[in-house]
Write a protein that binds this ligand. Structure first.
Ligand SMILES: [Zn+2]
Length: 119
């Protein structure tokens, strides 16, 4: 059966378990995968830290209650959170030491007490 190289799609000749046409393609493929994984991690950290900075700023300005659209408009990204806890009547979202409590259409922002962090 004919098989194509996973990297360049040229025909692979040789052993049946061979996935690449050459060592160069095998190495390129693995490097590419490593790069994609690294970029994802880097982007996730960037988004999460951006959220943290935003929440810090909001509390600094005394803003601790807003609607979802307002939070999104300010640049909050729900992909960058560090935890989520569904409760009976509300959902709690965490971003580092900040807690967003979703109550109905409102989000309430607070700083987690030190005793409740990392437990
Ligand atoms: Zn190839």
């Amino acid at each position: 059966m004919e098989k194509k190289c996973k990297q360049c799609e040229r025909l692979v000749v040789g052993r049946s378990d061979k996935k690449f046409c050459s060592d160069a393609c095998r190495i390129d493929h693995h490097n590419q995968q490593k790069k994609d994984a690294y970029d994802f991690k880097k982007d996730l950290i960037k988004v999460t830290e951006g959220n943290r900075k935003l929440l810090h700023q909001l509390l600094d300005e005394g803003i601790d209650k807003f609607k979802t659209e307002e939070l999104l408009a300010k640049g909050f990204n729900f992909n960058g959170i560090t935890g989520i806890a569904p409760k009976a009547k509300q959902v709690e979202i965490y971003c580092y030491e900040y807690r967003l409590v979703k109550k109905g259409e409102w989000f309430l922002l607070s700083l987690l007490p030190v005793s409740k962090r990392m437990k």
